[in-house]
Write a protein that binds this ligand. Structure first.
Ligand code: NAD
Length: 516
């Protein structure tokens, strides 16, 4: 039997093993999920809410265990796991418990065309069916729960494939949901790597929520397209962080450092390209380097540690390749730039790089580790041009003393979100729809839009006036060209007088005749 090891990145030690799911078993799981989903969707929303409320209580009660597990599997400091993964997951659950009824309520649809005035229309939000969630390792609790909680409340079943690096956190979520009373078939964890993810897509779920790299996202989207399965893609990012000369530089430096180096520099929405207005470039760089020297790197379970290790050696090697190739093009490492084998196998120093050419890997590619490239921009326009010069469009931040100026600039940035005088934190604000454009993906999670992405809109229209002739029904031969023209004039003529003149003939056509 194949097993997937749970490895603590701080030490490289295996602390648990989980049996892998055979790819053939994935289709069976999707089948049993589909059978369980129908009755679940037909249960009153309050019953589904009760299960999720119990889950919320259990997660709160076992929050320390959850934070320690996330830290142990992923490497981030326990306090960070508590503040990001656990706290935001609790917030997400509370938000959807409070707002599910309002969001899922059928909506009245008004019909503006007079030819269909006798209709009553409603838009219902029906669950998609079986939702496949394929997730990465960097926020192993928060990312899947941000999709699974609204999906389950809306009446879907979920088949979830966590990253092979954070399987234990995935199984922890499953345990909690089962303890909360959720029928096992409604939330099933598939254990394994890319081959299990592929099997999940091939099993034909009704919707796929994929979070991960743009490279894998493309493969998932292609496989889904073959089966016409809708996909939500939350992919990579290379967020610009613009610091204008009028900004509070001390605050901007603190914000940029946290955004870039939180989670060991392995956050999708992070200040990955720092663009500083030239007038304050030198001064800002000094503040940045000074503040960075205060950062404590170490194992995430030790108090006072700010930044843990990277997840695996392969990720460190990729970071080293990007850094070396950029330095070979003339870039300067201002601080950091090396591994810290004295701390553990995958620790890397927080690193700042300047003087880099803009076609170097550190600027062009997504950098998923603690390295921050910094460039200068002459003015606002150049800063925006540099910000948009990326294949990605996930998020962005602008630091300025003039909020109106920041908000005006935000409208010119190509990304799913822009924060003024802050960065990254909107992923933890549950009302905010999270997602990107360009190669950062498709669709949104979180908030009202995120819940509706787990549903399919169904229009139900009822005809109320059965004496009203449908002008489009058969009986064409009885109409003269003049009658049809009257209808067209009545509905669409820009001249009010022409519309009034057409009324008698148009009405005759609508009420007088019997259709074929
Ligand atoms: P990844 O693409 O390597 O893997 C993501 C998931 O896909 C894993 O569970 C993996 O096992 C699975 N997978 C791999 N090959 C597959 C295939 N062919 N078919 C189906 N599933 C497959 O990404 P990662 O290294 O785990 O995560 C890091 C990436 O995720 C970064 O690019 C980061 O920016 C991105 N990310 C994006 C967001 C967002 O919200 N936009 C959030 C977190 C991370």
């Amino acid at each position: 039997m194949t097993v997937i090891p749970a490895i603590n990145p701080a030490t490289g030690e295996t602390f648990a093993e989980s049996p892998a799911t055979a790819p053939e078993a994935v289709a069976v799981a999707v089948g049993t999920a589909r059978q369980a989903q129908g009755p679940w969707a037909h249960r009153p929303l309050d019953e589904r809410r009760r299960v999720i409320a119990r889950f919320q209580d259990l997660l709160f009660t076992r929050r320390d265990e959850a934070a320690r597990l996330v830290s142990r599997e992923n490497g981030k400091p326990v306090v960070e796991a508590m503040l990001t993964d656990v706290a935001v997951s609790l917030d997400i659950t509370r938000y959807y418990l409070r707002h599910a009824r309002r969001i899922l309520r059928p909506r009245r649809l008004t019909h503006s065309n007079i030819a269909v005035l006798g209709k009553r229309g409603r838009l219902h939000w029906d669950p998609m069916g079986v939702i496949a969630i394929i997730a990465p390792w960097n926020y192993p609790l928060l990312l899947p729960l941000g999709e699974a909680v609204p999906a389950l409340l809306a009446g879907n079943a979920v088949v979830f494939k966590p990253s092979e690096f954070t399987v234990r956190t995935g199984l922890f979520i499953q345990d909690l949901l089962r303890q909360a009373g959720l029928e096992p078939d409604l939330f099933q964890v598939m254990v394994g790597g890319g081959e299990v993810g592929q099997a999940l897509v091939a099993a034909g779920p009704d919707k796929i929520f994929f979070t991960g790299s743009a490279r894998t996202g493309r493969q998932v989207a292609k496989a889904a397209a073959e089966q016409i399965i809708p996909v939500n893609l939350e992919l990579g990012g290379s967020d610009p962080c613009i610091v204008l000369a009028d900004a509070n530089l001390e605050r901007a430096a603190s914000g940029a450092i946290w955004s870039r180096f939180t989670n060991g520099g392995q956050t999708c929405v992070a200040a990955k390209r720092l663009i500083v207005e030239r007038k304050v470039y030198q001064r800002f760089l000094e503040i940045l380097l000074r503040k960075l020297s205060g950062l404590t790197v170490g194992p995430g379970n030790q108090p006072g540690v700010d930044m843990g290790p990277m997840i695996r050696d392969s990720q460190v090697r990729e970071l080293e390749r990007q850094l070396a190739a950029t330095v070979a093009r003339g870039a300067r490492i201002r601080v950091g730039g090396r591994r810290r084998p004295d701390l553990g196998p995958t620790f890397f120093e927080p690193t700042v790089v300047t003087d880099l050419p803009l076609d170097a890997p550190l600027w062009r590619e997504e950098v998923f580790g603690p390295v921050l490239p910094v460039v200068a921009a002459d003015d606002e326009d150049e800063a925006i041009r540099l910000a948009n010069d990326s294949a990605y469009g996930l998020s962005a931040s602008i630091w300025t003393g003039d909020r109106a100026r920041g908000e005006a600039m935000a409208r010119r940035i190509e990304s799913g979100s822009v924060l003024i005088n802050d960065a990254t934190c909107h992923v933890g604000i549950v009302e905010v729809p999270h997602g990107g454009e360009k190669e950062s993906g498709l669709g949104r999670t979180h908030g009202e839009i995120g819940m509706l992405e787990t549903c399919k809109p169904r229009y139900v229209g009822t005809d109320l006036l059965d004496w009203f002739r449908k002008p489009w029904w058969f009986g064409y031969h009885e109409e003269s060209a003049g009658d049809r023209e009257a209808i067209m004039q009545f509905l669409y003529s820009p001249s009010l007088w022409a519309r009034i003149r057409a009324i008698p003939r148009a009405l005759r056509l609508l009420v007088n005749r019997r259709p074929v």
